[in-house]
Design a protein around this ligand. Structure first.
Ligand SMILES: [Zn+2]
Length: 176
C-alpha cells in the first residue's frame, strides 16, 4: 500500500527522496518515511510418513484445503513463526524445518515464505480459528487443494524433496 496520509497525525504525506528507494511518502511533522512494504507471511507443509497436514479454512477457500499459514509478528524470526503457527493452529510440534522459497501476491501485499517440516510430537488439536485439521495422504493432497495455488506449488516441491517417484500424486495438478 502506498501511504497517502500519516497513520500517526493524519496529515497528508509529502514525497521525500531516499537515495536507493527514490521518492518515498514522508510526514514532515513526525519525520517518518512510509515505505511500501509487503507483509511477510509463512506457509508450512508438515509431513508425517506418507501424510501431509491440511487445514479447512472456508473463509480463505470455500472448496479446498490449505496448508498452515500465518503472519510473521513484529519481533519474531520467520523460523519462530513457522513453529508457532503450526503449534497454534494444530497443537503439534515439528522439527527439521526447511526453507523452500518465496512467492509474492501483489494485490494482497503478501510476501509468502514457504517451508516444509516434519512432524515431531503431539496430537492434532485444532484451534477454534481452524475449521478442520487432517492428515491427508500426500498422493491425495493436490486434489484437495484446488484453490490454493501457492500451497500446490509448495506440495509439488515437497514431493521432490521427499524423493517421491510415483505419478499419482500429480494427477490433479492442472485440474480445478
Ligand atoms: Zn505525521
Amino acid at each position: 500500500m502506498r501511504y497517502k496520509y500519516c497513520p500517526f497525525c493524519g496529515k497528508e504525506l509529502k514525497e521525500k527522496f531516499s537515495y536507493d528507494e527514490g521518492y518515498v511518502p514522508y510526514c514532515e511533522y513526525d519525520d517518518k518515511m512510509y515505505f511500501d512494504l509487503p507483509k511477510p507471511t509463512v506457509v508450512v507443509a508438515v509431513v508425517k510418513e506418507d501424510d501431509i497436514l491440511l487445514l479447512k479454512q472456508s473463509y480463505i477457500y470455500k472448496n479446498s484445503k490449505v496448508l498452515i499459514s500465518g503472519y510473521v509478528s513484529n519481533g519474531e524470526t520467520v523460523e519462530e513463526t513457522v513453529y508457532r503457527e503450526v503449534r497454534e493452529e494444530t497443537g503439534i510440534e515439528i522439527k527439521d524445518i526447511k526453507y523452500l522459497g518465496s512467492c509474492c501476491i501483489e494485490d494482497k501485499e503478501l510476501l509468502m515464505l514457504t517451508y516444509m517440516a516434519y512432524y515431531k510430537s503431539g496430537e492434532l488439536i485444532k484451534s477454534p480459528e481452524v475449521e478442520g485439521a487432517e492428515w491427508i495422504n500426500i498422493e491425495d493432497a493436490l486434489c484437495q487443494m484446488s484453490e490454493d495455488a501457492v500451497g500446490k506449488k509448495v506440495v509439488n516441491e515437497v514431493l521432490k524433496q521427499i524423493g517421491y517417484e510415483g505419478s499419482n500424486a500429480y494427477r490433479c495438478n492442472f485440474k480445478n
